[in-house]
Design a protein around this ligand. Structure first.
Ligand code: GRF
Length: 191
Protein backbone atom coordinates (compact mmCIF):
# COMPACT_ATOMS: atom_id res chain seq x y z
CA UNK A 1 0.00 0.00 0.00
CA UNK A 2 1.23 3.53 -0.84
CA UNK A 3 2.22 5.62 2.15
CA UNK A 4 -0.03 8.64 2.73
CA UNK A 5 1.40 12.07 1.95
CA UNK A 6 -1.53 13.86 3.58
CA UNK A 7 -0.25 16.85 5.49
CA UNK A 8 -1.15 17.97 8.99
CA UNK A 9 0.05 21.34 10.25
CA UNK A 10 0.38 21.63 14.03
CA UNK A 11 -0.07 25.03 15.68
CA UNK A 12 -0.25 26.61 19.13
CA UNK A 13 -0.30 30.32 18.40
CA UNK A 14 -0.66 33.03 15.81
CA UNK A 15 -0.49 30.61 12.92
CA UNK A 16 1.25 32.99 10.54
CA UNK A 17 3.40 30.16 9.16
CA UNK A 18 0.21 28.16 8.56
CA UNK A 19 -1.24 31.19 6.77
CA UNK A 20 1.79 31.37 4.50
CA UNK A 21 1.37 27.69 3.58
CA UNK A 22 -2.31 28.20 2.77
CA UNK A 23 -1.49 31.28 0.68
CA UNK A 24 1.21 29.30 -1.09
CA UNK A 25 -1.43 26.79 -2.17
CA UNK A 26 0.02 23.87 -0.21
CA UNK A 27 -2.64 21.18 0.21
CA UNK A 28 -3.22 20.82 3.95
CA UNK A 29 -5.51 18.04 5.10
CA UNK A 30 -5.64 18.80 8.82
CA UNK A 31 -4.68 21.51 11.29
CA UNK A 32 -4.18 20.24 14.84
CA UNK A 33 -3.55 22.32 17.95
CA UNK A 34 -2.76 21.78 21.62
CA UNK A 35 -4.80 24.82 22.71
CA UNK A 36 -7.39 27.24 21.42
CA UNK A 37 -5.46 29.64 19.18
CA UNK A 38 -5.65 31.87 16.13
CA UNK A 39 -4.10 29.06 14.08
CA UNK A 40 -7.30 27.01 14.48
CA UNK A 41 -9.44 29.98 13.41
CA UNK A 42 -7.33 30.41 10.27
CA UNK A 43 -7.82 26.73 9.43
CA UNK A 44 -11.58 26.90 9.95
CA UNK A 45 -11.85 29.97 7.73
CA UNK A 46 -9.86 28.16 5.05
CA UNK A 47 -12.19 25.15 5.30
CA UNK A 48 -9.46 22.81 6.58
CA UNK A 49 -10.39 20.04 9.03
CA UNK A 50 -9.23 20.74 12.59
CA UNK A 51 -8.46 18.71 15.69
CA UNK A 52 -8.00 20.30 19.08
CA UNK A 53 -6.08 17.85 21.24
CA UNK A 54 -6.16 20.02 24.28
CA UNK A 55 -3.25 20.05 26.63
CA UNK A 56 -4.74 20.08 30.11
CA UNK A 57 -1.57 20.79 32.07
CA UNK A 58 1.50 22.98 31.56
CA UNK A 59 3.00 21.87 34.86
CA UNK A 60 5.20 19.01 36.06
CA UNK A 61 2.24 16.61 36.22
CA UNK A 62 1.82 16.81 32.43
CA UNK A 63 1.67 13.30 31.01
CA UNK A 64 3.70 13.85 27.84
CA UNK A 65 3.56 10.22 26.77
CA UNK A 66 -0.23 10.06 27.01
CA UNK A 67 -0.57 13.40 25.24
CA UNK A 68 1.73 12.29 22.43
CA UNK A 69 -0.33 9.11 21.96
CA UNK A 70 -3.54 11.15 21.85
CA UNK A 71 -2.12 13.36 19.11
CA UNK A 72 -0.85 10.33 17.15
CA UNK A 73 -4.37 8.87 17.26
CA UNK A 74 -5.88 12.12 16.01
CA UNK A 75 -3.39 12.25 13.13
CA UNK A 76 -3.91 8.61 12.23
CA UNK A 77 -7.69 9.11 12.22
CA UNK A 78 -7.11 11.52 9.31
CA UNK A 79 -4.64 9.18 7.56
CA UNK A 80 -1.86 11.77 7.87
CA UNK A 81 1.52 10.98 6.33
CA UNK A 82 3.50 14.13 7.13
CA UNK A 83 3.38 16.19 10.33
CA UNK A 84 4.42 19.84 9.91
CA UNK A 85 4.97 21.67 13.20
CA UNK A 86 4.48 25.40 12.70
CA UNK A 87 4.76 27.15 16.04
CA UNK A 88 3.58 24.05 17.91
CA UNK A 89 4.73 24.43 21.49
CA UNK A 90 4.43 20.94 23.00
CA UNK A 91 7.45 18.64 22.77
CA UNK A 92 6.52 15.11 21.66
CA UNK A 93 8.08 11.91 22.94
CA UNK A 94 8.74 8.54 21.33
CA UNK A 95 5.25 7.42 20.19
CA UNK A 96 5.15 10.31 17.68
CA UNK A 97 8.49 9.40 16.08
CA UNK A 98 7.66 5.67 16.08
CA UNK A 99 4.37 6.38 14.29
CA UNK A 100 5.88 8.99 11.93
CA UNK A 101 9.58 8.17 11.46
CA UNK A 102 11.25 10.94 9.42
CA UNK A 103 7.75 12.28 8.85
CA UNK A 104 7.78 15.18 11.32
CA UNK A 105 9.10 18.61 10.29
CA UNK A 106 9.79 21.66 12.43
CA UNK A 107 10.72 25.28 11.95
CA UNK A 108 13.03 26.85 14.51
CA UNK A 109 13.72 30.60 14.80
CA UNK A 110 17.54 30.34 14.88
CA UNK A 111 20.36 28.90 12.82
CA UNK A 112 20.60 25.41 14.31
CA UNK A 113 22.59 23.93 15.91
CA UNK A 114 22.83 27.29 17.71
CA UNK A 115 20.15 28.40 20.16
CA UNK A 116 18.02 25.32 20.58
CA UNK A 117 14.98 25.48 22.83
CA UNK A 118 11.91 27.61 23.41
CA UNK A 119 13.70 30.99 23.71
CA UNK A 120 15.88 30.94 20.63
CA UNK A 121 15.35 34.59 19.68
CA UNK A 122 15.91 35.91 23.21
CA UNK A 123 18.99 33.69 23.67
CA UNK A 124 20.50 34.90 20.38
CA UNK A 125 19.97 38.54 21.38
CA UNK A 126 21.48 37.96 24.81
CA UNK A 127 24.53 36.35 23.26
CA UNK A 128 24.99 39.39 21.03
CA UNK A 129 25.15 37.50 17.76
CA UNK A 130 25.06 39.71 14.68
CA UNK A 131 23.43 37.11 12.46
CA UNK A 132 20.73 34.60 13.37
CA UNK A 133 17.93 33.18 11.25
CA UNK A 134 15.65 30.22 10.77
CA UNK A 135 16.03 26.49 10.23
CA UNK A 136 13.58 23.99 8.77
CA UNK A 137 14.51 20.49 9.88
CA UNK A 138 13.31 16.94 10.33
CA UNK A 139 12.28 16.55 13.96
CA UNK A 140 13.27 13.58 16.06
CA UNK A 141 13.50 12.54 19.72
CA UNK A 142 16.17 15.15 20.49
CA UNK A 143 14.61 18.62 20.56
CA UNK A 144 15.73 20.87 17.66
CA UNK A 145 17.98 18.24 16.15
CA UNK A 146 17.49 16.16 13.01
CA UNK A 147 18.48 16.68 9.42
CA UNK A 148 18.48 20.30 8.30
CA UNK A 149 16.39 20.90 5.17
CA UNK A 150 16.66 24.67 4.72
CA UNK A 151 18.13 27.70 6.45
CA UNK A 152 18.01 31.45 5.98
CA UNK A 153 20.15 34.00 7.79
CA UNK A 154 18.72 37.22 9.26
CA UNK A 155 20.88 40.16 10.38
CA UNK A 156 20.42 41.40 13.94
CA UNK A 157 19.99 45.18 14.11
CA UNK A 158 21.52 47.19 16.98
CA UNK A 159 18.08 48.34 18.18
CA UNK A 160 16.33 44.96 17.84
CA UNK A 161 14.23 43.59 20.68
CA UNK A 162 12.85 40.05 20.84
CA UNK A 163 9.63 40.99 19.02
CA UNK A 164 11.19 42.96 16.18
CA UNK A 165 13.85 40.34 15.53
CA UNK A 166 11.39 37.43 15.75
CA UNK A 167 9.06 39.20 13.30
CA UNK A 168 11.88 39.56 10.72
CA UNK A 169 12.81 35.91 11.25
CA UNK A 170 9.19 34.86 10.78
CA UNK A 171 9.00 36.85 7.53
CA UNK A 172 11.79 34.58 6.23
CA UNK A 173 10.18 31.45 7.68
CA UNK A 174 6.98 32.25 5.81
CA UNK A 175 8.93 32.25 2.55
CA UNK A 176 11.09 29.23 3.34
CA UNK A 177 8.75 26.72 4.99
CA UNK A 178 6.11 26.13 2.28
CA UNK A 179 8.79 25.35 -0.32
CA UNK A 180 10.74 23.18 2.13
CA UNK A 181 7.57 21.14 2.76
CA UNK A 182 6.98 20.76 -0.99
CA UNK A 183 10.58 19.67 -1.53
CA UNK A 184 10.36 17.16 1.31
CA UNK A 185 7.10 15.68 -0.01
CA UNK A 186 8.79 15.30 -3.42
CA UNK A 187 11.76 13.61 -1.74
CA UNK A 188 9.45 11.20 0.11
CA UNK A 189 7.50 10.39 -3.06
CA UNK A 190 10.73 9.46 -4.79
CA UNK A 191 11.73 7.01 -2.05
C1 GRF B 1 8.04 30.56 14.39
O1 GRF B 1 9.04 31.51 14.65
C2 GRF B 1 8.57 29.16 14.55
O2 GRF B 1 9.90 29.00 14.16
C3 GRF B 1 8.46 28.95 16.03
O3 GRF B 1 7.20 29.53 16.35
C4 GRF B 1 6.94 30.60 15.45
C5 GRF B 1 5.56 30.39 14.88
O4 GRF B 1 4.94 31.58 14.46
N1 GRF B 1 8.56 27.54 16.36
P1 GRF B 1 3.40 31.63 14.09
O5 GRF B 1 2.58 31.14 15.26
O6 GRF B 1 3.18 30.77 12.86
O7 GRF B 1 3.13 33.07 13.77
Amino acid sequence: MEKSTKIAVLVSGTGSLLESMIEDGLKIDLVAADRECRGLEIAEKAGIATELVKRTSFKKDFDREAYTKQMVEALQKHDIGLVVMAGFMTVFVRPMFDAFPNRVLNSHPALLPSFKGAHAVRDALEMGVKVTGTTIHVANLEVDEGRILAQKAVDVKPDDDEDSLHERIKAEERKLYPQAVRDYVAELSGE
